[in-house]
Unconditional design. Sequence first.
Lengths: 234, 234, 234, 234
Amino acid sequence: MKVVVWNENVHEKEIPSVSELYPGGIHGYIKSFLECDDISVTTATLDDADCGITDEVLDETDVLLWWGHAAHHLVPDEVVERVYKHVISGMGLIVLHSGHDSKIFKRLMGTTCSLKWRDNERERIWCIKPSHPIAAGVDETFVLDPEEMYGERFDIPDPEEIIFLGWFKGGEVFRSGCTWTRGLGKIFYLQPGHETNTAYHNENIQRILQNAVRWACPAKKNLPAFCTNPEPLE
Amino acid sequence: MKVVVWNENVHEKEIPSVSELYPGGIHGYIKSFLECDDISVTTATLDDADCGITDEVLDETDVLLWWGHAAHHLVPDEVVERVYKHVISGMGLIVLHSGHDSKIFKRLMGTTCSLKWRDNERERIWCIKPSHPIAAGVDETFVLDPEEMYGERFDIPDPEEIIFLGWFKGGEVFRSGCTWTRGLGKIFYLQPGHETNTAYHNENIQRILQNAVRWACPAKKNLPAFCTNPEPLE
Amino acid sequence: MKVVVWNENVHEKEIPSVSELYPGGIHGYIKSFLECDDISVTTATLDDADCGITDEVLDETDVLLWWGHAAHHLVPDEVVERVYKHVISGMGLIVLHSGHDSKIFKRLMGTTCSLKWRDNERERIWCIKPSHPIAAGVDETFVLDPEEMYGERFDIPDPEEIIFLGWFKGGEVFRSGCTWTRGLGKIFYLQPGHETNTAYHNENIQRILQNAVRWACPAKKNLPAFCTNPEPLE
Amino acid sequence: MKVVVWNENVHEKEIPSVSELYPGGIHGYIKSFLECDDISVTTATLDDADCGITDEVLDETDVLLWWGHAAHHLVPDEVVERVYKHVISGMGLIVLHSGHDSKIFKRLMGTTCSLKWRDNERERIWCIKPSHPIAAGVDETFVLDPEEMYGERFDIPDPEEIIFLGWFKGGEVFRSGCTWTRGLGKIFYLQPGHETNTAYHNENIQRILQNAVRWACPAKKNLPAFCTNPEPLE
């Protein structure tokens, strides 16, 4: 299967601690732990022409991961619409952390996706649906300290599945790992992943994302089905 | 509670049989069976300035019904965004029949909302969630003949609740009555209601819509919650 | 509408602090804040013949609340089956706190309903579905201190709606307010309510239960539908 | 992975046409199209001691398929409880056709699972969730003629996923392919499969069941989690 990791790649160039944590960028780091015998991974960023997200690229992509934060508004609407159409056609989409506020996530959810936030909190994650493929091999509970607090109410449509809940020392809770289907495409949102913290170094987070790309991979991608006017079948 | 019935009001002016079936327009006819002691109903159409859908109107609206078909593209994007924000803030929205392809429904669903269609079919509707408030007093099964066939696959997000399924003589099935929440707003989609047929004359359909406006009425409407950065609570 | 509050009424007789907190028993206390012009409330306990839960009583009951803990095993199976049939027929059921381990709740859920627990924790509850009728007028977040910790994984079927999440100082989270439908009956589970704590004195908890009995009240109750062998309709 | 196909094996011995359609029994026939390089299949019936369903067998079973009809009441309660515990612990369960009325299905659903039925109808099945692994490679719509009509209302808890809807010539509709989770176990119900008809000869039905056993296979099985009383984590 073919995976593309997209990252705006802005903080990496502006905040030294980010590039120290993630020398090849967050995208490069995620690529490093996803790539394996049967998963080939490429990356794309805001620096690429068309954000590196052309129809040619997406035609060949099974699952797209999306990390954005400071530059959501710089992603052209045509790129967003292109991703939207490919998700509807079956491409998997994994939205990471501050990607909750990306154009593409809000486009697919139909809500504001707003939430509460606060830097540098102790987080504890709980797996509440251990039978889900995304939870395979993941600990029942594990700590990320510090991670950015994301708190309810998270303005999302009721997820099809809530796999992880987050607990924060400061008193908040969060639906930290959720799934939806849009068209033929599977979507997974994962809350941890702040640029100045080390979530992507955590073995459980890596396992979750390795599981998620396999879960989101479509059996087959189809062109979107528009309205049709068929003859009676019976 | 205050209800607004919006109708593009295009077919009524172009097709004599439609204005015969619905002399005051589909909007006027729906108003006639919704209005009662505690429900006041007004109407608005594409003919009104701003479609009759200003912030002043929506501030006072508990539930908006939406019928559109030929003129979806003539509804300005600002009107769509205005409705979107009020749904997120808690206004109920009931989308009728060909409104499945309206800008506002697709905006809230995050999918294409495409389906199969064919004129003049015999339809039989089944209630599969009789405990739902929208189903109160509605027959277990009833016939609409003819009605426009709408067939699966209906490209919608998995509904929170499927209350009615449709059976069509020509061999199709359909999720004919479904609910979702977006932000604080409740949404109900009802499939029957073709402009040249008599669905809105049917007592079960009238009962469903009477129930639906009560179900969708918010306890309280709030301004949308944008992201906030609170101090720790604990 | 008619409500019955059932309580095993065991701790009240054995632990002085419980009868001090709830002089007329937990059932009497809950009755005191549910009763109003249009809601008549009676109580029943393990001390009554047939637990006070006969078919005659249930025939007249719109919503049953159930508090049990030490004496789940003393509730006869016939009583459980009687409640089950009435829920299937449309009677609402509200299961309180340690009622998670009652025969009737496990019978309706089809799972073990097991969880983690610990006495005397600080709990903070969050409302994540503020548009739900059960959440009307309830604060976005509120504290119960102390309350018994109930922690995930809570072995329940995925709820139809998760309205409240619980945060505990000791690091746990919980799906603290959830709904399901079984047959024609609506079910609500609410986690707080430990016998030596004061949850039922809390205004938000009282409001939640007042809302819940109205939400769970059936439009109409029907005898259970067994399998039938009808002639073709078409 | 290891699969067990259980069949009461009653009609095969009493109705010649059944044993002609399914010479080795329905269980033997299902085994024949499930078995492949990485799936080993055994069978068990009511004729075996303990129904062939001992703890030793279930400990080694990833997914159990269940076909029953005339002899539901002859399956001992201890066998039902054994299957229940293994599902809660993670074993997948696929319930076939008239298995809707089996003790184990009703035990796990918490409802009556009643429905309408009629022999020898023309059925057309529609796939409404084509992105689901169980739907991979399955036609959008296909016909079974004749098949037993199973009609709504099907008294089941709202499924987590509805993958297939059934249309019947006589006017009924049905949720023909649905999933639930109970404990750690995944459950799939598939409606077609009447003993005197040929559903299991149909390529789409075979594909669905091949997909379903892979979908229901647990990553890992665990002993049931009973209530625990842990120390605070934080």
